[in-house]
Design a binder for this molecule. Structure first.
Ligand SMILES: [Zn+2]
Length: 201
């Protein structure tokens, strides 16, 4: 089911969120959580009115939330309200400048490919390229490209979390959710860099 951000500020929209994720006994059936979602959305719209138009696809089987930089939509699974606050910050920062959006979109693409391809690439180079110096050159280049593409992604993740944290009423709880999420981004983005570096002779 797809709503827009501003729908989640209304009782009807919240009702739809609750119904599509297990009803009153489900994750968002908890009134504290659904009120938290409403509060986060209302706050974001008051700061960034245009974010109200962003589509929100509700995915009841997703234990997380994402902002899709390609499609410009939020994928909302079962997350604490601060998780949605973080995605709303992404939705806003991407809206601002075309260049920034393109950089992030490209970087997200590179890191997605990298996560799948780093290890097979290292193995293939070991098999097909016998000259260790040329191999190390290529691996150094790949590591540098990975690090360069990880930087804007991590910067954007850090910024989105800092802003979400600033506006959160419960900082300790927000940190408990946002901290591990950032560490996961860090690990995912640095893993290919490490893989390429370790592939060198
Ligand atoms: Zn994020």
């Amino acid at each position: 089911m797809t709503l827009t951000v501003k729908d989640l500020a209304t009782p009807e929209g919240l009702q739809q969120l609750v119904e599509s994720t297990g009803g009153p006994r489900g994750f968002y059936g908890n009134p504290q959580r659904s009120q938290g979602i409403q509060a986060v959305v209302t706050d974001a719209i008051s700061r960034y009115p245009q974010v109200g138009q962003v589509p929100v696809k509700i995915l009841p089987n997703l234990p997380n939330a994402f902002y899709n930089f390609d499609k410009g939509e939020i994928l909302l699974g079962l997350v604490e309200p601060i998780g949605l606050a973080h995605e709303l910050e992404h939705a806003n920062s991407v809206r601002q400048e075309g260049l920034y959006r393109n950089v992030l979109r490209a970087a997200q693409g590179v890191s997605r490919i990298n996560n799948v391809m780093a290890l097979p690439t290292v193995l293939a180079l070991r098999v097909f390229l016998q000259d260790p110096d040329r191999r190390d050159d290529i691996l150094s280049t790949l590591a540098a490209i990975s690090a360069a593409s990880a930087a804007p992604v991590l910067l954007e993740e850090g910024q989105a979390s800092m802003r979400a944290l600033q506006h959160s009423p419960d900082k300790a709880q927000a940190l408990r959710v946002l901290g591990p999420a950032f560490m996961a981004h860090l690990a995912a983005n640095l893993k290919p860099v490490v893989t390429y570096q370790m592939g060198k002779s």
